[in-house]
Write a protein that binds this ligand. Structure first.
Ligand code: C2E
Ligand code: MG
Ligand code: MG
Ligand code: MG
Length: 278
């Protein structure tokens, strides 16, 4: 379990850096090597359903312990991996390893769904269908959700949409991640084959104290339900926020209050303890 560090304030998508600087190229070749040697890891964060109070899902989140730099956080290498194309290898690694690691959990908890983050770049330049199709022998497509952050970096939205539709046609679910964080446009959202919206943590954080945040979240829940989406709140850090979201009609939540992202062995213990605790 790793202490959280929030660097999003400095701008997750500010890419006014030179991706070819020596230190960045070194970081990316270190990342490629780490993926190759599987010295990266995956932690899983549970999701709670507020309708039946059951644990219904897990989100896979990559972790990297660099031999010299120590823990390097996704905000510090995912955008760079996207810009340099290393993301294709990273996405493949996360899919293959999470499905393998979760094998017994998938059997023991037949209601659990797995969410994996993908990047817009995966849709445009990778072949996700070729990657995912063989895995469907081990997990039913309906139990696999792709979390896509809509970014300004979606260079070819048409191509991205076609790729996403092909995956939805396989039966996979699509979730719009970080909704409300800046780049989400309603017209684009309408065209995506999504079934779920994840409200960005920045909107959730202060709903207990800010009337305007509460109005925004209530409106988002209403809109999501009106359009037929499930609404997930991310970044729920305390019980008060969780309870309020439940009374507001939010479908699911995720956050440190429920559980931090955990490595698979700790996750197994946690799931066993929380079989019927909520
Ligand atoms: P995300 O997909 O929106 O993931 C949620 C992030 O919020 C995770 O950070 C998680 O550890 C953190 N989080 C969860 N609950 C709380 C909470 O209650 N409070 C706070 N302050 N934070 C919370 P993480 O793991 O550092 O990942 C950051 C972002 O990096 C992710 O945002 C996702 O966009 C990206 N990412 C992480 N793993 C992967 C991956 O395997 N592939 C891709 N393409 N992107 C990834
Ligand atoms: Mg996500
Ligand atoms: Mg998110
Ligand atoms: Mg987020």
């Amino acid at each position: 379990e790793i202490a959280p560090r929030d660097k999003r304030a400095v701008g997750f998508y500010s890419r006014n850096y030179d991706i070819y600087s020596e230190s960045r190229l070194t970081l990316m070749s270190d990342l490629r090597e780490a993926l190759h040697n599987s010295t990266t890891a995956i932690h899983y964060q549970p999701k709670l359903c507020l309708i039946n109070d059951e644990i219904v899902g897990l989100e896979a989140l990559i972790r990297w312990h660099h031999p010299e730099r120590g823990w390097v956080f996704p905000v510090d290498f995912i955008p760079l991996a996207e810009d340099t194309g290393v993301i294709t290898q990273l996405t493949r690694w996360v899919f293959e390893n999470s499905i393998r690691e979760l094998d017994s959990i998938l059997t023991d908890y037949p209601q659990l769904e797995i969410s994996i983050n993908i990047s817009a770049r995966d849709l445009v330049s990778g072949d996700l269908r070729e990657l995912i199709e063989p895995m469907l022998a081990r997990i039913e497509p309906g139990r696999l959700t792709l979390e896509l952050t809509e970014t300004a970096a979606m260079e070819d939205p048409e191509k991205g949409l076609i790729a996403l539709k092909a995956l939805a046609d396989l039966g996979l679910k699509v979730s719009i991640d970080d909704f409300g964080s800046g780049y989400s446009s309603l017209s684009y959202l309408k065209r995506l084959p999504a079934t779920e919206i994840k409200l960005d943590r920045s909107l959730i954080t202060d709903i207990c104290t800010s009337e305007s945040s509460r109005v925004i979240v209530a409106t988002a829940i209403n809109m999501a339900h009106g359009l037929g989406y499930r609404l997930v709140a991310e970044g729920v850090e305390n019980e008060e926020t969780g309870r309020l979201l439940k009374t507001m009609g939010c479908d699911r939540l995720q956050g440190f209050w429920l559980c931090h992202p955990l490595p698979v062995e700790k996750l197994k213990l946690w799931l066993a303890e929380h079989r019927s605790a909520f």
